[in-house]
Design a protein around this ligand. Structure first.
Ligand code: NAD
Length: 391
């Protein structure tokens, strides 16, 4: 069985789906690995490194798609707005494609992949169970985004993070407020603490309090009824506008007292809730910084413009997209570990075995035999037809 690794072609996507270190685990399982020439270069992995580890380098992109039984991508055609159409034309019946495809929102793009007769596996749908932890790209990429968000904030803030006692006087530590203490938020807490900031955090899932505190952050207590805030798989559920309004009111002074606000609050398959209004931004001191990690889902701040930096009355609001690609070397290393573990999970005696009795396989399989087959994706498609969100 041939596994193909094409170069990523979406603008700004510098990750690669497989790094040289993981080639031997695939070849040991009886697979042949073909890598498009130059695929790893933007992430710092040259062709020679892949050759050294037993992969073949193939000059033509189309040849990788034509030869491969399984295509490993960071962005499948569904999450590649720039050049996805070219890949779509290269996918062929019976082939398996593993990568990201934004399955709960990119409905038309997913349907187009189904129409190519491809078995599409979405790594975003990896069940959040212990057995699948090493295959979980959302966690590994969120870790990187949380870390990088703090660095962006620190370099945009006209203040330093740590407390410093110098002969020229004492510098007070920066105050950082992190909204949403999931994987990205927790890594942001850890990173901001390492830089010496005073860190507060809030999450609708009260269970994260201990995790926040174990990283040296202070959990902010808001008198809100969060019963039922946690849904399946450890994710937050959408809570309704009334809840969000109360939450905003209660966070007003916290936001105003912070030098940096990092927002990471997300609800799967939904637009991110607005948690920081223009009025709250106006309450912050000039020079303060907001990094909105939910920008890809519309943003947690009312003033966020995805992919842009906005200045509003002295406050800087960053809405970065695809932060993991800005740390492409390590992001690719973690992604490659996730995708390799998943592929080996699917492989039995050198061939792909799609066992729908297995929770991991069934949970991630989106399209097969020309149809969309994933119940969760079908459900969101149905809801979208009845007036929900889709694109
Ligand atoms: P996410 O990216 O969907 O959301 C980020 C955070 O925002 C979550 O903690 C969520 O509770 C929070 N949030 C949502 N609405 C909010 C609001 N109004 N105010 C404040 N915070 C709000 O989630 P994630 O970080 O990918 O994962 C969430 C959790 O899932 C993790 O913390 C973990 O407990 C669990 N998890 C389990 C596994 C596993 O068992 N394999 C793997 C990864 C994550």
């Amino acid at each position: 069985m041939i596994v193909g690794v094409p170069k990523e072609t979406s603008a700004g996507e510098s990750r690669v789906s497989l790094t040289p270190a993981f080639v031997p685990s695939l070849t040991r399982a009886g697979l042949e690995v073909q890598v498009q020439a130059g695929a790893g270069v933007p992430a710092g992995y040259d062709d020679a490194a892949y050759l050294d580890r037993g992969a073949q380098i193939v000059p033509a992109r189309a040849a990788v798609f034509a030869a491969s039984d399984v295509i490993l991508q960071v962005r499948t055609s569904a999450t590649n707005p720039d050049a996805g159409a070219e890949d779509l034309a290269l996918y062929r019946t019976g082939q398996a494609v593993i990568g990201t495809c934004d399955p709960l929102l990119a409905h038309d793009a997913v349907r187009s992949i189904a129409a190519r007769g491809v078995s599409l596996f979405s790594l975003e749908l990896m069940p959040r169970i212990t057995r699948a932890q090493s295959m979980d790209i959302l966690s590994s990429m969120a870790t990187i985004a949380g870390y990088k968000a703090v660095l962006l904030a620190a370099s945009s803030l006209p203040k330093m993070f740590p407390m410093m006692m110098t002969a020229a006087g004492t510098i007070a530590p920066a105050r950082v407020f992190i909204i949403g203490a999931g994987v990205a938020g927790l890594q942001a807490i850890a990173t901001a603490r390492r830089l010496g900031a005073i860190v507060h955090s809030y999450d609708v899932r009260p269970a994260v309090r201990e995790q926040v505190e174990s990283l040296g952050g202070k959990f902010v207590e808001l008198q809100l009824d969060t019963d039922g805030a946690e849904g399946a798989g450890g994710y937050a559920k959408a809570l309704g506008e009334d809840f969000y309004r109360k939450q905003r009111e209660m966070m007003l002074t916290f936001v105003a007292d912070s030098d940096v606000v990092i927002t990471t609050a997300a609800v799967p398959g939904k637009r991110a809730p607005i948690l920081v209004t223009a009025e709250m931004v106006e309450g912050m001191a000039p020079g303060s910084v907001i990094v909105d990690l939910a920008a890809e889902r519309g943003g947690n701040c009312e003033l966020t413009r995805p992919g842009e930096t906005v200045g509003h009355k002295g406050v800087t609001i960053l809405g970065p997209l695809n932060l993991p690609a800005t740390v492409a070397h390590h992001a690719s290393q973690l992604y490659a570990k996730n995708i390799t573990t998943f592929l080996l999970h699917l492989v039995d005696k050198g061939t792909l075995k799609v066992d729908l009795a297995d929770e991991i396989t069934a949970g991630t399989l989106v399209t097969r035999d020309g149809k969309v087959v994933n119940p969760m994706v079908l459900e969101t498609m149905g809801a979208a037809t009845e007036g929900g969100v889709s694109r």
